[in-house]
Design a protein around this ligand. Structure first.
Ligand code: HEM
Ligand SMILES: [Ca+2]
Ligand SMILES: [Ca+2]
Length: 302
């Protein structure tokens, strides 16, 4: 029921407004590309792509913004709100917040040097959000690949999608607390993670000293090219230079390691597969037809 031309007649300026809105946001803050891409992922993994992540706490439910994986971590809501207002001026009550977020995620990748992919449109905004579902369904960097793969599987995504979509970590940053146990006392061993390159280890230890006060310091997910959407993420994994445990864990299973190796050698293959997996991600649990609504403001239901 989604289609590529959904707003062609009703909002022809939509693509330009999204493009400009993302450009203006990245001009001030290149990291925002990563944050917007992640916001789309965190929406689609919790009750499908329905804009739930954008909702503030309401009278009858707690939103997802304060769920553990999101609190003090996801960002970019103001960018979505600004674009939504602009779209609303051009085409009142026409374009859903979730479609804007989906288009923004692609635009963020393209403006960071990645390739575009076709995006189906016509998703409608959901009426609720769930802090509990966000806590339960979003993957943690500390859980094993099997668990992460199971969370993807419950959204209709397979191991290949896990490997391909993890490539989103070619841009953006992580806070020290998300990977710190690799640096000092890995799983109670008293030693650092043996699958962490020693020169990366020493530079991470200087960014993230072994004190609680370093917990929110930032380190690039891709130490080679943190603001370019390329295949350097996979090259890093091949040389034990992934940042998160869940990143480096892709080398720990022969099936995922094989894919990592291919993407490290063939950037075009990565771009093609990334687009295909992003299209799958963007179609998870969508609302169409008369279900849901077109929100007036992305932070609240009408
Ligand atoms: C495979 C399981 C995944 C895990 C365990 C994971 C975990 C994380 C963690 C812990 C961070 C750092 C958050 C912080 O420090 O505040 C992060 C950042 C990020 N994640 Fe993931 N992630 C996963 C998959 C994905 C997917 C599928 C995408 C998008 C398609 C994605 C896109 C991003 C981006 C772009 C950032 C950087 C955000 C920024 O700089 O604001 N991640 N992820
Ligand atoms: Ca959602
Ligand atoms: Ca990169």
């Amino acid at each position: 029921q989604l289609d590529y031309y959904f707003y062609d007649r009703t909002c022809p300026r939509l693509p330009m407004i999204v493009k400009f809105g993302v450009w203006a946001a990245l001009k001030n803050d290149t990291r925002m590309a990563a944050s917007l891409l992640r916001l789309h992922f965190h929406d689609c993994f919790v009750n499908g792509c329905d804009g739930s992540v954008l909702l503030d706490d309401m009278k009858d439910f707690k939103g997802e913004k304060n769920a553990l994986p999101n609190r003090n971590s996801v960002r970019g809501f103001e960018v979505i709100d600004t674009i939504k207002e602009e779209v609303g001026r051009a085409c009142p009550a026409t374009v859903s917040c979730v479609d804007i977020l989906t288009l923004v995620a692609r635009e963020a990748v393209v403006q960071s040097g990645g390739f575009p992919w076709p995006v189906l449109l016509g998703r409608r905004d959901g009426l609720m959000a769930s802090e509990k579902a966000a806590n339960e369904q979003l993957p943690s960097p500390l859980e094993p690949l099997e668990n992460i793969t199971a969370k993807f599987a419950s959204n209709g995504l397979d191991l290949k999608d896990v490997v391909v979509l993890s490539g989103a970590h070619t841009i953006g940053f992580a806070q020290c607390f998300t990977f710190k146990r690799r640096l000092f006392d890995f799983k109670g061993s008293g030693n650092p993670d043996p699958t962490l390159d020693s020169s990366l280890l020493s530079s991470l230890r200087s960014t993230c000293p072994n004190t609680d006060s370093s917990d929110s310091k930032l380190s690039p997910l891709d130490s080679a090219t943190s603001s370019t959407f390329d295949n350097a993420y996979y090259k890093n994994l091949v040389t034990n230079s992934g940042l998160l445990e869940s990143d480096q864990a892709l080398m720990g299973d022969p099936r995922s390691a094989g894919l990592v190796s291919s993407y490290s050698k063939y950037p075009f293959l990565f771009s093609k597969d990334f687009g295909e997996s992003m299209a799958k991600l963007g179609n998870i649990g969508v609302l169409t037809g008369q279900v849901g609504q077109i929100r007036k403001k992305c932070g609240s239901v009408n």
